[in-house]
Design a protein around this ligand. Structure first.
Ligand code: AMP
Ligand code: MG
Length: 339
């Protein structure tokens, strides 16, 4: 059974030794908790797929802590001048941070990490614990989110313990994550930059730096981006205007929406079936709270969960993508109203 351990010089060294020895460690990043292995160790990375029950066609993100390590992860000789310039622009302003880049892969990265693709996903997290763990171990940690494949992402060490506790030795405790949704994935391996997954860096932020960034929506076919993901056990449905239904929990974007709905349905705003993502309608706060609120509501064992759609700009795009995929569990056979 895993131990949630406070971060100290000693626990960081122990965690780094586990990684060096080919073991897995759960650790905090600013987005969600990661399940990390030495990115250069094929067998250790294979264990990630086993523990998570993640299909081998879903490639991992390699996390680095220093710019100099990038040359051990990507094949710079395969970049044209324009891509090199775009890469330089985004990493000099957004790294460390919640931005992952897809670039030509270096031969030192084992094929299991990239699911056999010729490209690799790489990012530099800003969380100090992640950075120290990476530096103290092998300089590059391959890590997906520290939860069973397809279910809610972990934003606290307790979420990790509940999901993977029996398979892990150590969970480093970095408290609640500060961004709350996964990194934005920007593909720079093709002719023009395109967004594979909206996340903690908004599309608007990217476009202000490098111009137009194509995005074809949550249904875009990227490796490992399945239609159903990030899902609670409770069936989740997304609505622009939430209808009333019995045996249901209701999650609103903000207090104003909740209060208006309560007036219409003659329900007290304090009713325990109701929750809000952000009282004052902040998309940043909604992103931080998203998975914790869903974890909490999921424990209530309700028949279903109705969620109000959030605005589709800034971090709203990432939140919408997660909710859209959470509402797509095929066995429930119902499509969301919003798309
Ligand atoms: P996560 O599950 O948050 O660790 O994110 C990993 C996701 O990154 C995968 O599901 C892929 O969609 C994406 N990804 C990783 N490597 C690549 C790659 N080489 N090309 C395209 N997408 C990738
Ligand atoms: Mg994940």
């Amino acid at each position: 059974m895993a131990h949630i351990v406070a971060v100290s010089e000693q626990s960081l060294r122990y965690a780094a030794d586990l990684i060096k020895a080919g073991d897995l460690v759960a650790f905090p990043t600013e987005t969600v908790y990661g399940l990390g292995a030495n990115a250069f160790d094929e067998r250790a990375c294979a264990r990630i797929f086993t523990v998570k029950r993640r299909p081998s066609f879903d490639p991992l993100i390699v996390h680095i802590a220093d710019f100099s390590t990038l040359d051990r992860i990507i094949d710079r000789s395969a970049l044209n001048a324009a891509t090199e310039k775009t890469m330089h622009t985004v990493i000099s302003s957004l790294w460390p941070g919640p931005l992952t880049l897809v670039l030509p892969k270096h031969a030192s990265i084992p094929p299991i990490v990239t699911s056999g693709l010729s490209t690799v996903a790489v990012r530099m997290p800003s969380h100090p614990v992640a950075q120290q763990l990476i530096r103290l171990s092998t300089g590059a940690i391959a890590a997906p989110s520290a939860n069973r494949f397809g279910f809610l992402s972990p934003t606290t060490p307790q979420h990790v313990e509940e999901s993977l506790g029996t398979d892990l030795v150590l969970i480093l405790d970095g408290g609640h994550t500060t961004v709350g949704v996964e990194s934005t994935i920007l593909d720079l391996s093709e002719d023009s930059p395109h967004l594979l997954r909206p996340g903690g860096i908004s599309r608007e932020q990217l476009e202000s730096l490098i111009g137009p960034v194509a995005y074809s929506g949550s249904t875009h076919k990227a490796p490992g981006q399945l239609k159903s993901h990030y899902a609670p056990r409770t069936p989740l449905y997304m609505f622009r205007d939430i209808p009333f239904a019995d045996g249901t929990l209701f999650l609103f974007f903000d207090s104003t929406s909740r209060d208006k709905w309560c007036e219409e349905h003659n329900i007290a705003p304090t009713d325990e079936r109701l929750a809000v993502l952000s009282p004052h309608a902040s998309l940043e706060e909604s992103a931080v709270n998203l998975f914790s609120v869903l974890h909490e509501l999921d424990k209530r064992g309700a028949k279903q969960l109705y969620v109000q759609q959030v605005p589709l700009y800034g971090l709203g795009l990432a939140i919408h993508d997660r909710l859209q995929k959470a509402s797509n569990k095929k066995k429930w056979g119902q499509t969301s109203e919003s798309e």
